[in-house]
Design a protein around this ligand. Structure first.
Ligand SMILES: *Cc1c(COP(=O)(O)O)cnc(C)c1O
Length: 409
């Protein structure tokens, strides 16, 4: 007997696509089951039941005023590739069941590694896992016993140090959120130095020169790494090529669906050897932290081939110009304070008096602002993950809010 659940139903897939593209979809009252039901509803009814919740209830990351977080809208080619991936379900652990997908991952990491001066690497579910993998390699290859990073480093760095049994030292930042080199310990011979390219809270880029006598230098370029693909902005990360490892979140400024990350190594063979395990049931050693893992290289490769390097750069450049325009507007208002120049598309601002960052963010369109920290206080935060944001509309909304507070220009 043929089991239709495992064969494509064109009507069903079309219905799912129609629901997705029907952007006027509003959540309505159909209740999701509270408990696992004995009998199934069938696939077509599931689409009707779930679409108002999953599609209607989701934040629209490509909306006209979406400018709050590091989560980008995704290009449609990645939706198509994600459908292929879900259907084919390749497992990169076994060359046998992923003969093509494994090669694609090697190829796509090989395309991107040279932008960072690295020789290769592998894909991960995100920079949290990339950072842990890189520091694991640092411990194995160089015997590092301590991780040193700025106070603005991502929490995943301290988490990785904790998991790996390494000490953690936090170093103060300057008034723009960049690591203060003068505060680094004099002797770093037993340490991995972690520099951040694009801090989560303020987008600050740490000075990228190698760190004294650090045994290993890792750059957490989760957010700002893709600036390396831009002719206009790549020099902001100059020096990254002397790092030993680099982490990038492809599901941030490479516009990939989650979960998609990259870890690169200057000497990828050495690092991969250091984080590999073999087993009798494996044809090839298992590299890195993951066991079974899917073909996240497929949507990434499709995006890179569809757009080319220039197509990716154009979108990042456009997002940066939108952040510049927003910054110009904010600087022209009285009674506002801006945290720093636009280093990597993260803009922080606050009102000098009265209204808190939280109150401001609540008063702006949903999805347009979040909260960031810098210099010991809260700021309204905007992140240029959406290259298609309507920045005039966003500044009009901010203007309306400011006028209502009575502070205004
Ligand atoms: C987002 C981010 C991370 C974590 O990346 P995930 O992909 O969310 O795991 C690490 N470091 C920095 C600087 C980030 O912005």
């Amino acid at each position: 007997m043929r089991d239709d659940a495992f064969h494509a139903d064109r009507t069903g897939l079309q219905k799912a696509l129609d629901a997705l593209l029907d952007v006027t979809y509003e959540p309505h009252g159909s209740e999701l089951p509270e408990t696992l039901q004995e009998h199934g509803l069938g696939e077509l009814r599931v689409i009707d039941l779930l679409s108002p919740h999953i599609i209607g209830g989701a934040r629209r990351l490509g909306a006209a005023t979406a400018f709050a977080h590091m989560d980008p809208p995704t290009p449609w080619i990645t939706w198509a590739m994600s459908m292929w991936n879900a259907s084919l379900n390749q497992n990169l652990l076994h060359p046998d069941v992923a003969p093509v997908a494994r090669d694609l991952e090697v190829r796509v990491t090989g395309w991107l590694a040279p932008f960072f001066g690295m020789s290769g690497g592998h894909m991960t579910p995100g920079a949290t896992i990339s950072n842990l993998t890189a520091l694991w390699a640092a411990r194995e290859v160089k015997g590092v016993r301590r991780v040193v990073a700025s106070a603005a480093a991502h929490l995943s760095i301290e988490k990785a140090a904790h998991i790996l049994g390494l000490q953690y030292k936090s170093v103060p930042t300057d008034d723009q959120g960049r690591l203060l080199r003068s505060e680094l310990p004099a002797d770093m011979a037993d340490s991995a130095l972690v520099l951040t390219a694009g801090t989560t809270s303020a987008g600050a880029i740490d000075p990228m020169e190698p760190g004294g006598n650090a045994a290993w230098t890792h750059v957490d370029a989760a957010w700002a790494g893709p600036l390396r693909l831009s002719d206009t902005y790549r020099d902001r990360l100059d020096g990254i090529e002397s790092a030993d490892s680099v982490a990038v979140s492809a599901h941030k400024w490479l516009f990939q669906p989650k979960e998609s990350g990259l870890v690169f190594f200057r000497d990828a063979d050495e690092a991969h050897n250091a984080v590999s395990f073999g087993a009798e049931y494996l044809a090839v050693p298992n590299v890195g932290l993951l066991g079974s893992h899917g073909a996240s290289a497929v949507p990434l490769m499709a995006t890179l081939v569809a757009w080319g390097r220039k197509g990716v750069a154009e979108r990042i450049d456009r997002a940066m110009s939108k952040a510049d325009a927003l910054l110009r507007y904010l600087r022209a208002q009285s009674d506002l304070q801006v945290f720093s120049p636009n280093a990597s598309g993260v803009i922080l601002w606050r009102m000098q008096t009265g209204v808190s960052a939280e109150e401001i963010a609540d008063g702006l369109p949903v999805g347009s602002a979040s909260i960031g920290g810098g210099a010991g206080t809260s700021w309204v935060r905007h992140v240029a993950a959406n290259p298609n944001v309507d920045v005039e509309r966003l500044t009009r909304e901010i203007g309306t809010f400011l006028a209502a507070t009575g502070v205004g220009p």
